[in-house]
Design a protein around this ligand. Structure first.
Ligand code: ZN
Length: 217
């Protein structure tokens, strides 16, 4: 805690002081350009890896970067998505998974969590499509390889869930929204983005947004 308090002081006399005008501007309202959905894991920091300024990313974080399908729950994710697109007019959504994701490891042994961590179990059950798909289609994989594939398939499943939201469907139809699936690799610092044509995760400069693919542009 002491380290955090020292950090607060350093922030106020350093970064905040140098960016006083920006914070003054932001106090009148936010206009973030990106909805960034990622895991709660402490090793991924959306602003750090994208070098985005304060005010640029609207962030949703939870264990496993899971987006419950529309109507499945009445949680904060749905409300934040609606607010981001409807009120803030955000036109780009990124769902970013990451290597060594503990939530995805948990998903692979879901049943064993039921007793010990029932709340985690209940939450991860919302990624059942990921669990099922991996279980049925990647039987030959194990260890790190299996986790890697689970992380990747989960990003794709959550992108599908995102498209169950009326506001998302509507904006995609208007061509006013693009969706991106990313994976952050903790060990190398690199980000890979889903390319729907190659059906693979590639360096982001080479990938095309999902919406362009759906809309055939
Ligand atoms: Zn994670």
């Amino acid at each position: 805690m002491k380290k955090l308090l020292q950090g607060l002081e350093r922030f106020q006399s350093g970064y905040f002081d140098e960016h006083r005008q920006l914070f003054e501007q932001l106090s009148h309202g936010q206009k973030p350009r990106i909805l960034f959905i990622t895991c709660s894991d402490s090793r991924i920091d959306p602003n750090l890896i994208t070098q985005a300024e304060v005010g640029e990313l609207f962030v949703i974080r939870n264990a496993g970067n899971i987006i419950p399908a529309y109507g499945a729950t009445n949680g904060g994710e749905a409300a934040s998505i609606e607010y981001a697109i409807n009120a803030l007019g955000i036109e780009q959504v990124i769902i970013c998974g990451h290597s060594h994701c503990g939530a995805m490891k948990g998903l692979l042994k879901l049943q064993s969590l039921a007793d010990e961590m029932p709340l985690v179990y209940n939450w991860l059950k919302q990624a059942e499509a990921t669990r099922r798909l991996v279980k049925d289609n990647y039987q030959e994989l194990e260890g790190e390889e299996l986790i890697e594939v689970t992380v990747a398939e989960n990003v794709l499943n959550q992108l599908s869930n995102l498209q169950t939201y009326p506001i998302i469907r509507s904006r995609l139809h208007q061509g006013k929204l693009s969706l991106h699936g990313w994976i952050f690799r903790i060990e190398t610092g690199e980000v890979l983005a889903y390319d729907p044509i190659l059906h693979d995760f590639v360096p982001p400069q080479r990938s095309i947004p999902l919406s362009n693919f759906f809309l055939g542009r």
